[in-house]
Design a protein around this ligand. Structure first.
Ligand code: PLP
Length: 382
């Protein structure tokens, strides 16, 4: 017998309360019950987004949310500044290109964070950017970016700041209104503890105004259609009703724990994970000050092969870590710790990591990583 431990940066494990809620009998999506549910979950989402802006719930994955943002704000020929730190930053730029934007792509490198000085200079040089695209938590490299800092720069610029918070919202501090982020996109299958299938998107007044003259062809991603439906707590097309049931259960869990505590838990567990990894002599992939609180990326080195390690973890211990994406395939591995994750999950991850490392011949002192993580956890606030 072997249990399965899904420790990738999304999809993430689902709390039993959420699974149970999703098994409720179906209701009609044009019913009063659905409208009431929709109104309640949007009110709860607003607390997690920390916003008064309207939030749209879309029945598609996170990329659909990114596409909806671009499709409604960026006109063909518009200039767009895309800040990329990895796979998902590149994806945002690609979407904008598909919609005919003139994309100024600044590649800060896979493993590095956005340099605010570069952003400041770019915005100073070009007052015409219609939008700035940024990734809060670059899941492919385990790097977090300073969205508050970027928002402070776009506040007095024409550009609408569109942020991909798919792998951070609900797990890392994010203050939509306090920072002044115009469009925030996130997805269901990460820190929000739901299966894949929903995306969430908020639009500020500045973003709504920028969307008014939009000329892109669009149908499923039409903001006017979504807006009209939301006014009656409806959705433009049939929503994933069962996921809405689960969403309310997941949001209740977050709000009952308290958002601040949820964020602190992620911070503590991320630190425990990083310290544990370092105690084994492994190297973190990003610089520690840029390290994400929801996913830890660990660099491979000439003493071990990350893919061989992952295989042993999966087959012998039932533990799934993620590998690297694109050029980083075989060069790093990533431990997801977002959403329904607690202290003992980190101990499990590190314990399995140590045993698997030993098995592939890496010089490991059994217990060293776990001990360090335990010290961090027992000394923590949550
Ligand atoms: N952005 C980030 C930062 C992500 O981590 C992901 C998914 O891994 C996406 C966007 C894309 O989301 P989806 O796979 O739900 O379309």
């Amino acid at each position: 017998m072997q249990k399965k431990y899904l420790m990738i940066p999304g999809p993430t494990p689902i709390p039993p309360e959420v699974t149970l809620a999703m098994s409720r009998p179906m209701i009609g999506h044009r019913s009063g019950d659905f409208a009431k549910l929709h109104e309640r979950v949007v009110a709860k989402l607003k607390q997690v987004f920390k916003t008064q802006n309207d939030i749209y719930i879309l029945t598609n994955s996170g990329t659909g949310g990114m596409e909806m943002a671009v499709a409604n704000i960026v006109n063909p020929g518009d200039e767009v500044l895309a800040l990329s730190t990895g796979n998902f930053g590149e994806r945002f730029a690609k979407i904008a290109k598909e919609y005919g934007a003139k994309v100024d792509l600044v590649d800060f490198g896979w493993g590095s964070a956005v340099d605010l000085k570069v952003v400041e200079e770019k915005l100073r040089q070009n007052p015409n950017y219609k939008a700035v695209l940024a990734t809060h938590n670059e899941t492919s490299t385990g790097v977090k970016n300073d969205i508050a800092g970027i928002a402070a720069l776009t506040k007095n610029h024409r550009a609408v700041l569109i942020v991909d918070a798919v792998s951070s919202l609900g797990g890392m501090e994010f203050d939509t209104d306090g920072w002044g982020v115009d469009v925030v996109v996130t997805g269901s299958q990460k820190a929000l503890m739901l299966p894949p299938g929903l995306a969430f998107i908020s639009f500020s007044q500045k973003a709504l105004e920028a969307a008014q003259d939009n000329k892109n062809p669009k149908f499923y991603f039409s903001l006017p259609a979504a807006k009209k439906a939301l006014a009656e707590w409806n959705t433009a097309y049939t929503p994933a009703v069962s996921l809405f049931f689960g969403l309310e259960a997941a949001l209740d869990l977050i709000l009952e724990e308290g958002l601040d505590k949820v964020i602190k838990r992620h911070k503590l567990l991320a630190r425990a994970c990083r310290e544990g990894v370092k105690a084994l002599g492994l190297k973190l992939f990003p610089a520690e000050e840029n390290a994400s609180d929801t996913v830890t990326a660990v660099a491979g080195d000439n003493r071990y092969d990350p893919e061989q390690l992952r295989k042993v973890l999966r087959t012998k211990y039932g533990v799934t870590f993620a590998g690297g994406q694109k050029d980083l395939k075989g060069k790093i591995f990533r431990i997801g710790h977002m959403g329904y994750v607690d202290k003992l999950d980190i101990i499990t991850a590190l314990g399995a990591l140590e045993m698997a490392l030993l098995e592939i011949g890496y010089p490991v002192e059994l217990g060293a990583g776990v001990k360090k993580a335990m010290e961090v956890i027992t000394g923590g606030e949550v």
